[in-house]
Design a protein around this ligand. Structure first.
Ligand SMILES: C[S@@+](CC[C@H](N)C(=O)[O-])C[C@H]1O[C@@H](n2cnc3c(N)ncnc32)[C@H](O)[C@@H]1O
Length: 280
């Protein structure tokens, strides 16, 4: 048992066939599916459906065999009568729960990054560092072909496992991680995008100039303003145009009858997004 969640509440390491990022998932839940149990308080626990498996909570357990074959988003009862909804997790759900070694970029910023870097099917991306693979997954699901440079072997392995787990074979031929230091150079040429989330992105800007095709996009995610200044200085000295920096703020709302107001709490800060385009 793992606290009140049980052995099956975590995410096992083995790859599973779903959720399916680039095809419509089948209606019924199947063995091997990654699913999310959501309790009445909105708490979420993820597990992979296995023959004979059980999902344990503090309010009893659910047999995986009783879940297999149900429609997505079905309601089940634990052995102690607690209601749970069992549903395939979204990519956003997965990012919040997935095993991580490094700090991940969260959905608040992942969505805007896809727009700012104009990630689309077939777009060739050089990404560094890869970290836990959250950004890789978002770009792969948008159809990009991603080569990731990551300096730490343990993080590279974690990212690959997360990508395999979420995207499976659907992304396998579009994703490659190389164990290497991005500050020392980029071998790829004529890539469409260079997307950076590492401590000193300004050290990569000269390499991005070599790697990007004309019109290609450089994007750097940086937590601090000092990093923003340094990366903008490097961009200003290189053949780029249309440089801009922004921060994304997200505020949830409490909606309960006539009580409709902003949430009392919100995420104060994650990072800044700096973007620029390569001149011919
Ligand atoms: C904050 S994490 C990236 C998280 C990732 N964007 C995600 O969403 O999961 C930063 C990563 O950059 C890697 N890194 C740092 N310096 C690097 C370098 N010079 N070359 C390649 N990777 C580097 C770190 O090992 C770490 O995994």
């Amino acid at each position: 048992m793992n606290g009140d969640l049980g052995d099956d509440a975590g995410i096992p390491a083995e790859p599973g066939p779903s959720p399916r990022p680039t095809e419509v998932a089948p209606a019924a839940l199947r063995v091997g599916d990654l699913v999310q149990f959501v309790d009445v308080k909105g708490r979420r626990y993820q597990a992979t459906l296995r023959p004979g498996g059980q999902f344990h909570s503090h309010a009893g357990f659910v047999e995986h065999d009783d879940v297999v074959g149900l429609p997505d988003a079905s309601t089940v009862l634990t052995t102690k009568g607690q209601r749970l909804v069992v549903v395939r997790p979204t990519l956003s759900d997965f990012v919040f729960k997935m095993p991580r070694g490094a700090q991940v970029i969260y959905p608040k910023d992942l969505g805007p990054i896809l727009m700012l870097a104009d990630i689309a099917p077939g777009v060739r991306v050089l990404e560094s560092g890869v970290g836990s693979g959250a950004l890789s997954m978002a770009m792969l699901r948008a159809g990009a072909e991603v080569v990731g440079y990551e300096i730490r072997e343990d993080f590279a392995e974690r990212a690959q496992a997360n990508v395999d787990r979420f995207a499976g074979e659907l992304a396998a031929d579009r994703y490659r991680i190389e164990l290497r230091d991005c500050y020392e150079g980029i071998d790829e040429r004529s890539v469409d995008r260079v997307v950076l989330d590492l401590p000193e992105p300004w050290r990569v800007v000269p390499h991005a100039v070599e790697a990007l095709r004309p019109g290609g996009i450089l994007l750097a995610y940086t937590p601090s303003t000092v990093q923003v200044s340094q990366v903008r200085d490097a961009i200003a000295e290189a053949p780029f145009f249309d440089a801009s920096t922004l921060e994304v703020m997200q505020r949830g709302w409490y909606v309960e009858g006539a009580a409709v107001r902003p949430d009392h709490r919100m995420v104060g800060h994650t990072g800044f997004l700096t973007v620029a385009r390569r001149l011919a």
